[in-house]
Design a protein. Structure first.
Length: 234
């Protein structure tokens, strides 16, 4: 798939999933700007061989003003912005009777705000150029919750709703929006957390990366607004 000279902003692009997605996009010809908060960007660049197509912005995604400035700078410096790919997020398991509003707010800050702020900044750019796509990574828990996931699942349900709202409002402007719903991702952290589980049943980060690259193509417009299950065999 050739997406040569397209530009993607990838939030959370330095993690286990993010590094795989970034590598796949660069392979497809996309220039990628990632957001980060620590030294993970340096590790990502080193791990990918310091590609010229990769750049980074140290940004607190919870700070709407900082995010707006970062998105504007990315579009200006890279000449355009075609895709917003929202990978930033966090997870917490806690029984409902032990969950308080602080837990809910923390999950919404990690999973919803980190998509809302960049989307709010990027959307006017997409409207002006009459094109663009938002690809969010939600979770199966957003449509099928389970014990201990009250705060997490609610935040992921909000991600799905936001992606669908962006599709509805963006459709007249040529803007597309999608939300992927993975089950358990096969990452080192999940293997450590669930040593008795069978990771062969989980979803490989490469599968998510391939799906994101597939959705970036303009020909996927008929899928606009789709919440896409990526469940593997789990």
């Amino acid at each position: 798939m050739n997406l040569k000279d397209r530009v993607a902003l990838v939030t959370g692009g330095t993690g286990n999933l993010g590094s795989t997605v970034v590598a796949r996009l660069i392979e497809s010809g996309v220039r990628v700007r990632v957001t980060y908060v620590d030294d993970s960007y340096d590790r990502l660049r080193e791990g990918l061989g310091a590609p010229a197509a990769l750049s980074g912005s140290k940004t607190d995604l919870a700070d709407a003003t900082a995010v707006a400035a970062m998105v504007a700078a990315a579009a200006r410096e890279l000449g355009r912005l075609d895709f917003l790919i929202g990978l930033a997020g966090g997870f917490e398991w806690k029984p409902f009777v032990e969950t308080d509003l602080a837990d809910v707010r923390r999950m919404f800050d990690l999973n919803f705000t980190t998509l809302f702020n960049p989307a709010r900044a990027a959307f006017p750019l997409f409207q002006a150029q009459k094109s663009g796509a938002v690809i969010a990574v939600g979770s199966r828990s957003g449509v099928q919750s389970d014990a201990g996931l009250a705060a997490y699942a609610a935040s992921k349900a909000a991600v799905i709703s936001l992606a669908q709202t962006l599709a509805a409002e963006g459709r007249p402007h040529g803007i597309r929006s999608y939300c992927l719903l993975p089950s358990t991702l096969d990452t080192p952290a999940n293997r450590r957390a669930m040593p008795e589980a069978d990771p062969s049943r989980w979803v490989a980060p490469a599968s998510i990366a391939d799906t994101i690259a597939f959705l970036c193509a303009d020909e996927r417009g008929d899928l606009n607004g789709a919440a896409i299950p990526v469940y593997g065999r789990s």
